[in-house]
Design a protein around this ligand. Sequence first.
Ligand code: AMP
Ligand code: MG
Length: 410
Amino acid sequence: MVSAARAPSAAVSVDAARHILLGALGRMPAEEVPLSDALGRVLAVDVVAATDLPGSDNSAMDGYAVLASDLAEARPSSPAILAQGLEARAGRPSVEHRPGTATIIATGAPMPRGADAVVPVEQTSRVRAGIAFDGAPLPGAHLRHRGEDVRAGTTILGAGRRLRSYDVGVCAAAGMARPWVGCRPRVALLSSGDELVPPGAVPEPHQVTDSNSAMLTAAVLEAGGLPVPIGVVGDDRAAISRVLERARDGADIIVSSAGVSMGAHDHIRECVAELGAVDQWKVAMRPGRPLVIGSVGATPFLGLPGNPVSSAVTFLLFARAAILALQGATTLLPSLMPVVLAEGLEKPSELETYVRVRLEWTEDRLVARSSGGQGSAMMHSLGAADALAILPAGVAVFAAGRAVQAMLLP
Ligand code: AMP
Ligand code: MG
């Protein structure tokens, strides 16, 4: 780590700052969890199919299992009639098909031995002598073959994947009842500022509701971390240092909000430098230019700016990525989509700028329209946004209709 004395004050790009942050992170150990706790967790070990999927040849339809050659002559003008035979049911062992008959079969029931095709019930009719078929099925019709989806031994989900509900289903199907996942990092959260009052309290005119604590707690949960609430600390150097030392021991990473800019009462950076190191504190971005990346003792530290939108955006780009990286995730950022700007936008050329937008499909393109006021204290447009349109550094003027990338808000 860079020592406090060399704390770099030149702004770096978002990517470079993230690189600095991620480079200092370790990796959580792995644990086994039941599938009921697997949602949102990051696989530490590949999931390998224990058996073929499906495990046996079975029917894809409700209908009749037949020997296709028994119906070779069936035509709409001269249907073939087969006597009703045995029944093949889901959950029952495979039955023996009697040639010249039609075995009633349910979706998912094992294919009767000796039958080679399934005719859906809606393509048949019941007649006095049995079942009438007005067409010749091809051998293999409406049959699901053993292993056609997955062969035993195939890796179906790779280590580093963050499990979605679908993936939990895939684990279950593969016979993986207790996947190995990265342990959830403990994320100490503290808000700083003399002006803060808790949500629900009516603020005096000189006070501000602490919305960051609640938002960041929720964001930590979304990222798979375990929030460790440290609470609110005033703009007091000694108090901040005490709280940081307390936070350090029970956390895998510390995330604070506010007190990181140039004001006379912004103490976070000095306190972190004293107790550990500041590796970076300016990022060429908007919102969220001041950002402290460092450590308190050996615990990684991230000081987010206080303005709520700056807090939210820097959490998404840095803290969330760090919490996912600690768990071993390979994808650290939300998905990007190509979008077209609905209106022209201007920004300082040197700042990579994140614009809160709504997305709407118009004719043949995804159009991004500002979701409201873009001030870094303006929460309304954040709540109304689907995504953050990314206006890259090096360009100041973006004409309406220009294509950019948008990061979907998780
Ligand atoms: P600071 O970074 O301390 O200069 O704070 C920047 C702005 O963010 C100020 O307007 C603060 O009142 C506001 N702010 C700081 N912390 C919070 C918080 N926890 N919740 C909502 N707003 C905050
Ligand atoms: Mg402050």
